[in-house]
Design a protein around this ligand. Structure first.
Ligand SMILES: O=c1ccn([C@@H]2O[C@H](COP(=O)(O)O)[C@@H](O)[C@H]2O)c(=O)[nH]1
Length: 234
C-alpha cells in the first residue's frame, strides 16, 4: 500500500487528538508534522508520537548555511522520524550537510531518516517562478534541475507536484522518492496550492507517497475522506 501522509497542520493538542482518532491504529498511519505543531508543542511531542508507532514526516524545510543545517538535522535524527526536508535551493553543500547530520545524529541500531529536498513549492505557479523568482527556466526544467542537484548531493528523494513526477522518473530514475503534496480530490478547493493533481493522477504518474492536509482534516467526515483518498491512490 503506497502511503497517504496526512498533514496535521494544527496548533493544539485537542485538534491533534481529534484528527488522529479518525485515522486508525498508529502502526498503520503516516503523519506529517510541520512548523506549526512543532513550534507549539516541541520535539517531545514528535518523540511521543513516534514511540506510539506513527510514522512521522517532520517537514521543517530547512534552508541555511551548511553547518547550521548539519547541526539541525543531527538533532532531528534523534526524534524517531522517517522523513525530513530541506529546500533544494540551499545548494548541494547544504543538502550534503543535511544528510551528514542525519547520519551523525541517528542513534546506533536505528534507521537513518530519509532526506527529501523540496524543489519548487506546490504553491508556486509558473507566473511566480518567472516574474517573482526571476527564473528563466520553465517549471518542469527548474524542478528537474533541483532534483538532479538533490540526487547528486545525497538526498533520498524530492518534494514536488505530481505534475512533474512522470518526467522525473524518466530522467532521474526509479531509485529516488517522489513525495507529492498539492493533492486535491476532484471538485475540492485548491486553497493556496497552484500545481495540483488528484490522488488517481498522482498514482498514475508515479508518486511514491502523497501528502494530504485540508482535504482530510477539514472534511465533514475526515475518516471517510482519508479512506477514499487511500483507495483512489492505491
Ligand atoms: O511544496 C510543498 C511542500 C510541502 N507542502 C506541505 O504539504 C501540506 C499540504 O497541505 P494541504 O492542506 O493538502 O494543502 C502542507 O502541510 C504543506 O506545508 C506543500 O503543500 N507543498
Amino acid at each position: 500500500m503506497k502511503p497517504v501522509i496526512v498533514a496535521i497542520d494544527v496548533d493544539n493538542q485537542e485538534q491533534l487528538t481529534k484528527i488522529l482518532s479518525n485515522l486508525g491504529q498508529p502502526q498503520d498511519v503516516f503523519i506529517k508534522i510541520g512548523m506549526e505543531l512543532l513550534y507549539h508543542a516541541g520535539p517531545d511531542l514528535v518523540k511521543k508520537l513516534a514511540k506510539q508507532g506513527y510514522q512521522i514526516f517532520l517537514d521543517l524545510k530547512l534552508h541555511d548555511i551548511p553547518n547550521t543545517v548539519y547541526q539541525a538535522t543531527k538533532q532531528l535524527a534523534q526524534l524517531g522520524i522517517t522523513y525530513t526536508t530541506v529546500h533544494a535551493l540551499g545548494g548541494s553543500q547544504m543538502i550534503q550537510a543535511a544528510k551528514d547530520g542525519l547520519i551523525a545524529g541517528t542513534p546506533a541500531g536505528h534507521t537513518v531518516p530519509k532526506l527529501l529536498a523540496v524543489t519548487e513549492l506546490t504553491s508556486i505557479s509558473d507566473e511566480v517562478l518567472r516574474f517573482e523568482q526571476n527564473c528563466a527556466l520553465s517549471m518542469s526544467e527548474q524542478v528537474m534541475s533541483l532534483a538532479k542537484t538533490a540526487k547528486k548531493s545525497g538526498a533520498d528523494g524530492v518534494i514536488c507536484s505530481p505534475l512533474e513526477v512522470k518526467e522525473l522518473h524518466q530522467k532521474i530514475g526509479d531509485d529516488f522518492l517522489y513525495v507529492t503534496p498539492g493533492i486535491r480530490p476532484k471538485g475540492s478547493a485548491k486553497d493556496d496550492q497552484s500545481r495540483v493533481a488528484t490522488p488517481a493522477q498522482a498514482s498514475e504518474w508515479g508518486s511514491t507517497a502523497i501528502v494530504v492536509g485540508r482535504p482530510i482534516t477539514l472534511a465533514t467526515d475526515p475518516h471517510a475522506a482519508y479512506e477514499a483518498i487511500k483507495k483512489e491512490f492505491n
